[in-house]
Design a protein around this ligand. Structure first.
Ligand SMILES: Cc1cc2nc3c(=O)[nH]c(=O)nc-3n(C[C@H](O)[C@H](O)[C@H](O)COP(=O)(O)OP(=O)(O)OC[C@H]3O[C@@H](n4cnc5c(N)ncnc54)[C@H](O)[C@@H]3O)c2cc1C
Ligand code: FES
Length: 520
């Protein structure tokens, strides 16, 4: 991930303007004003001018999609309202600028910035206080949305992490590679919590959740009561259980502290063994290759990520890593770890001064289980993300929700899903009644290759390739009984967005139209 910068393009909207006729209904037109990229967007007779650079990591909104009501960013699918600039769906939180427009002689001119997002006041039911258990993606997004919606009662966020909410996906990518500055990592600077009166308690664990008394007990003995509660405890890495797994040079990567510990260890290491060819395992491999370490990846599957992405895309990812010097030991598992080596079950020994394990995660369900919430391979929630207990919502890696597009209940471990669920839960706590109907989305980055994935195909019987994997320009549709449940893409960002839009609308025909190139 890198911030976009670069040249301005399109007309100077302050001086030359743009012909109104050039901007079709439902279309976007890129120009600039006062040195900033500006996007004109038309819906019917209404034309809006908004900042063209996504406030997440600077994605070019002009290369995204306007679906008639929101503009979607091509990089990680954040959504902005063109009339107010509001970042209505994460991963962006800050609005883009809005500009005043004037029409003269059939041309559109930007005349200045206009006022920002009006805050919608909280509606019908307002809880007396909100407790958020978990300071990760879902927890932060919920707190931010509560305050954005004008909620003024106490909000307490309790996190067992020693850092406030941060950009977790980055800690296996650019941050681990040494390419992301520290200031990219916190989701908000620390004074944001004071300014917004979100009481952030870090290094604090909730030990008990008691729905009957609407209270939680913390590990410092405190008992706090809530009007509404969001459970967003995320997931923890599955631990290796083999001889040597406890050695100090064996690491997992879930927290910022983990990532920093790997960075410190990498400074004195030459050879790394990554155990597990998961997304995280391979991102770690890529980041440590960027640091010029010798990297071996050991995994039981014959093709990395075949189960999720299929054989062709899996082989492609393996090749991308091999071209960068990663060596794979596939179809293998590790039997033991020693101070300077790792031994595989087939007897091979690999030198290793650093071992990173990425063999999957388990949702943190203990609080929900002991509180008696309904559990079904995750915390069961309804379409409004409410659990089986009154006044308790759940979001993120722990939540299993009814996914409208696939018609099944699903639980996924994706950053944007967790954030958007946190936002939806917050709105629902305020009585907005916002069912969560977005199709899941995740991305994964390996060197200069980014894979975007929309939908959820827990099982599929066909992986249909459209385009060319070798040319790094393709879609792969994962189908079950003829219905496309998910689509992975490489360098097809706009198609990925169109497919997401169609899935969000539960329109399988429109999904197929994009795959077959009939929709532009
Ligand atoms: C290294 C890494 C890279 C990733 N990259 C991507 C990516 O590229 N794309 C993508 O889509 N997804 C990615 N993910 C997955 C994504 O980060 C998760 O899906 C997302 O963070 C889930 O959000 P969450 O809020 O459910 O949980 P988390 O973000 O894990 O937050 C859970 C919080 O709960 C706290 N907690 C747990 N138990 C308690 C307790 N009892 N009391 C108090 N606090 C508690 C934890 O300390 C933590 O603060 C990545 C994950 C990792 C680890
Ligand atoms: S840069 Fe726009 S969503 Fe990430």
């Amino acid at each position: 991930m890198s911030e976009s910068g670069g040249e301005l393009s399109g007309p100077d909207l302050g001086t030359i303007g743009a012909a109104s006729s050039e901007l079709k209904d439902g279309g976007m037109l890129l120009g600039h004003f006062n040195g900033e990229p500006v996007l004109l967007v038309r819906k019917g007779t209404a034309v809006h001018a908004m900042g063209a650079k996504c406030t997440h990591y600077g994605g070019p909104l002009a290369e995204g999609v306007f679906d008639g009501s929101i503009v979607r960013c091509p990089w990680h699918h954040a959504c902005f309202r063109p009339d107010t600039g509001e970042a209505v769906h994460a991963p962006a939180f800050d609005p883009v600028a809005c500009y005043a427009l004037e029409q003269r002689d059939g041309r559109l001119f930007v005349t200045g910035t206009s006022s920002q997002t009006p805050v919608s006041p909280p509606s019908t039911s307002v809880p007396t206080s909100v407790i958020i258990v978990g300071g990760g993606a879902a927890g932060f997004a919920a707190a931010e949305m509560l305050r954005r919606q004008g909620y003024q009662q106490p909000v307490t966020m309790i996190s067992s992490d020693d850092a406030g909410p941060y950009d977790r996906p980055n800690i296996s990518k650019d941050y681990l590679a040494g390419k992301a500055p520290e200031e990219w990592i916190p989701l908000r600077p620390s004074d944001w919590y004071q300014q917004t009166k979100v009481d952030l308690l870090t290094s604090r664990r909730v030990l008990q959740l008691r729905p009957n008394t609407r209270s939680v007990e913390l590990d410092d003995g405190r008992r706090l009561e809530y009007g509404a509660l969001l459970l967003a405890t995320g997931a923890s890495p599955v631990k290796l259980d083999i001889p040597g797994a406890q050695l100090p040079h064996v690491f997992y990567v879930r927290t910022l502290r983990d990532s920093r510990a790997i960075i410190a260890a990498a400074e004195h290491a030459r050879r790394v063994v990554v155990i597990g060819a998961s997304f995280i395992g391979l991102e770690v491999a890529a980041s440590l290759r960027t640091r010029n370490l010798e990297v071996h990846v050991v995994a039981p599957e014959e093709i990395p990520m075949q189960r999720v992405l299929g054989a062709e895309l899996g082989r492609f990812i393996r090749d991308v890593h091999e071209q960068q010097g990663v060596r794979f030991q596939l179809g293998q598992s590790v039997s033991s770890i020693a101070e300077h080596s790792v031994t595989l079950k087939n007897g091979t020994t690999l030198d290793a001064d650093l071992v990173v394990v990425g063999i999957g995660v388990r949702p943190n369900l203990e609080l929900a289980e002991q509180a008696g919430l309904r559990i079904d391979r995750g915390v069961s929630v309804n379409e409004n993300l409410q659990t089986s207990a009154p006044n308790i919502w759940a979001a993120g890696d722990i939540a299993r929700w009814p996914d409208r597009y696939s018609g099944t209940s699903i639980r996924v471990e994706h950053w944007v899903v967790a954030e958007q669920q946190g936002q939806a839960a917050a709105r629902n706590m305020l009585g907005v009644n916002q069912p969560y109907t977005a199709a899941p989305f995740f991305w994964s980055a390996h060197y200069d290759v980014a894979i975007n994935y929309v939908g959820a195909a827990q099982e599929w019987d066909e992986a249909k390739l459209v385009g060319s994997i070798q040319d790094r320009n393709c879609l792969v549709a994962y189908r079950k009984k003829g219905k496309t449940l998910a689509v992975a893409s490489v360098n097809r960002d706009a198609d990925s967005l169109r497919i997401q839009t169609a899935m969000d609308r539960n329109d399988a025909d429109a999904v197929e139209a994009v795959i077959q190139g009939r929709s532009r």
